[in-house]
Structures are given as structure tokens and as C-alpha cells.
Design a protein around this ligand. Structure first.
Ligand code: MG
Length: 326
């Protein structure tokens, strides 16, 4: 038999077109944007931390540039404890393969030994206690309702992405109770974690507000954020969350959200960091103004990008919970 062209073609091994490289899943980009948003909000807000809205207006008009300075006299683009504690926690999660209390406590203790530019009182007190006792869980205290645990939840949200809510809550308490063992702090941390995860999954912000923020306010009415504008928010986690939630749900871009929240003054690096995390998860990388990304210190930007990806990759290797309908 002659092998005609037709026969050759018919008997040739089936050539499969090489599968296109799998596109990056959208939640990966949004996770990176959330981490960059955290750092950008921290760097932007640090300039006006402890100022009142009036003082900010007089000195800056509208504060919307990353310029450093502030009471910590930061170099432009440098971040504070909100970002560096998050990175310390994220590294411990990656090294351990999960969120583990003693590993988190050791990571925070090493972070404190490295003399960070800033450290909260509750964080310092309970890390000193950990050094003395080796117990990674601070005693429960109604006074430890500062925002120091809520400001560092992002690595938990990423590491537990796709996991059942109970797993996220358990993981968060392991890290949060190292320094803040408090019911209101827990409620704030958990709400933020679920908000980030919902936004990474592409959930509608209106839905996120109803499912998460309004639920927080109904379970703990002190968090109700729908009335008076929260200006000059303190480091009390309730004030912090109220200012952040007001800004986040009242604006429609990454830039507007961060400018709104840091110009309220008060604990502006932390409100900026938390709002930046949520806004990054909502608007993604394309929503982040180039001038702010360029202003961030290179080493910080790279650490945030690398850690966000690695935490989400680690999360992707865990058995996933069945997705809830969006
Ligand atoms: Mg700070």
C-alpha cells in the first residue's frame, strides 16, 4: 500500500496543541494587591499618625503623597509595625506550614529584638511575658482591645484561603492571642479575614458588607459604623474598624479609600494599612496608583509580593472547602 498524503495524515500521531500556560488565577493578583495595599496604607498614613484632621488640613491640605516624616521621622516609602509584623508572621506560617502559636510568638519576639521603628504597648508587654513564661497565649483581658492583632491578619487570610471558617478562626486566634486575647479584637480580626477572602474570591462589596461588616455590628453593636463619621480614630480596635469600614464602603477606588481614611488622622498608619489591605483585595493591582507603588521601598514591595504568592500557593495545596456560592 502506498502511503498517500491522506493516509500519512490520518495515521500521524494526533498533534495536540500545547495547552496555554494556565493563566494566573485572579485571586493571586488580588492577594498581592492586598499585601501591597497594606504596606502602601501604612507608609502613607505614618506621615499623619497622631495628627487631627484639622492639623492635617493645615499642614498638607489633603495628604495624598508618600513622603515619610511624621512623628517616627520615616524615610519616604518606609513602613511601620503593621507591615513588618505581618511579614514576620507570614514568614513563620510559611516555615511551619500553617499558623502555629509558638512559631508566631517566636517570630514576633525575634521581630521585637530587631528593634522595629514602632511597637505597641500591648504587643511589647505580652511579648516580654512570652519571653518569661514561654506561653504563647496572653491571658484574656478586656483591656487588650487595641488594633495590634487586627493590623497583622493578612497572612492568616491568605494562608487559610479556601478553608472552612472554623479553621480560619482557630488559626487567627493562635496568632492574635500571642499579644491580644480579647473578644472585640477577635471579632475584628475574623471579620477582616473573611472580608479579604470574600474580596479575593470576587464577591460583590455590597454582599461583603451585609455578610461581614453588618454581621459584626449586629453581634457587637459597639462596631456599628453607620452613624457619625469616625474622625481621629484611636488605636482601640472598635474606633479603627469603624473608620476603616466607613471609608471602604463609602468610596469607589483604592486611592479614594486610602486618602479618605488617612486624612481622618489618629492611628492613621494602621487605619491606612487595614483599609489598604481591603482595597487592594477589592480593586486589584490595576487599582493601585503607580506613584504610590513606586514610592514604596523596594525591599518591602518585593517581600509583600513574594509572601502573598507563597501563602496563597501554600493554601492551594491544602484540601479546599467546598466553595460557597458567590
Ligand atoms: Mg504602625
Amino acid at each position: 500500500m502506498f502511503w498517500t498524503r491522506e493516509l500519512i495524515a490520518r495515521n500521524a500521531p494526533v498533534r495536540r496543541r500545547a495547552a496555554p500556560p494556565p493563566g494566573e488565577p485572579p485571586h493571586l493578583g488580588r492577594g498581592v494587591a492586598a499585601y501591597l495595599g497594606l504596606a502602601i496604607g501604612d507608609a502613607l498614613g505614618a506621615t499623619v499618625e497622631f495628627m487631627t484632621p484639622n492639623e492635617i488640613r493645615q499642614r498638607h491640605g489633603v495628604h495624598d503623597q508618600i513622603t515619610g516624616g511624621g512623628w517616627l521621622r520615616l524615610k519616604a516609602g518606609r513602613v511601620t509595625d503593621d507591615t513588618t509584623m505581618s511579614l514576620a508572621l507570614g514568614d513563620a506560617i510559611l516555615a511551619t506550614g500553617g499558623v502555629e502559636a509558638t512559631a508566631a510568638a517566636r517570630a514576633f519576639d525575634d521581630w521585637m529584638r530587631a528593634k522595629p521603628v514602632d511597637i505597641g504597648n500591648t504587643v511589647r508587654r505580652n511579648l516580654v511575658a512570652f519571653r518569661q513564661t514561654g506561653n504563647p497565649q496572653a491571658p484574656a483581658s478586656e483591656h487588650d482591645a487595641g488594633n495590634g492583632a487586627a493590623m497583622r491578619v493578612l497572612p492568616v487570610a491568605l494562608a487559610c484561603y479556601g478553608q472552612p471558617e472554623k479553621t480560619c478562626i482557630f488559626a487567627n486566634r493562635a496568632q492574635a492571642h500571642v499579644t491580644h486575647h480579647n473578644v472585640l479584637s477577635d471579632a475584628a480580626c475574623e471579620t477582616l479575614i473573611f472580608m479579604v477572602q470574600d474580596l479575593l474570591a470576587g464577591r460583590d462589596p455590597i454582599d461583603v458588607e451585609r455578610r461581614r461588616a453588618e454581621k459584626l455590628a449586629s453581634q457587637h453593636p459597639v462596631f456599628a459604623y453607620d452613624k457619625k463619621r469616625c474622625e481621629n480614630p484611636s488605636g482601640y480596635v472598635v474606633d479603627t474598624l469603624k473608620a476603616v469600614l466607613q471609608s471602604f464602603f463609602a468610596t469607589e477606588s483604592f486611592e479614594d479609600c486610602l486618602v479618605d481614611v488617612v486624612n481622618r488622622g489618629g492611628d492613621a498608619d494602621t487605619t491606612g494599612a487595614i483599609a489598604g489591605m481591603l482595597a487592594g483585595a477589592r480593586y486589584g493591582l490595576e487599582g493601585i496608583p503607580r506613584r504610590w507603588l513606586a514610592a514604596l521601598e523596594d525591599s518591602t514591595r518585593q517581600a509583600c509580593e513574594r509572601q502573598a504568592k507563597n501563602l496563597l500557593l501554600q493554601a492551594g495545596m491544602q484540601p479546599q472547602a467546598s466553595p460557597t456560592p458567590a
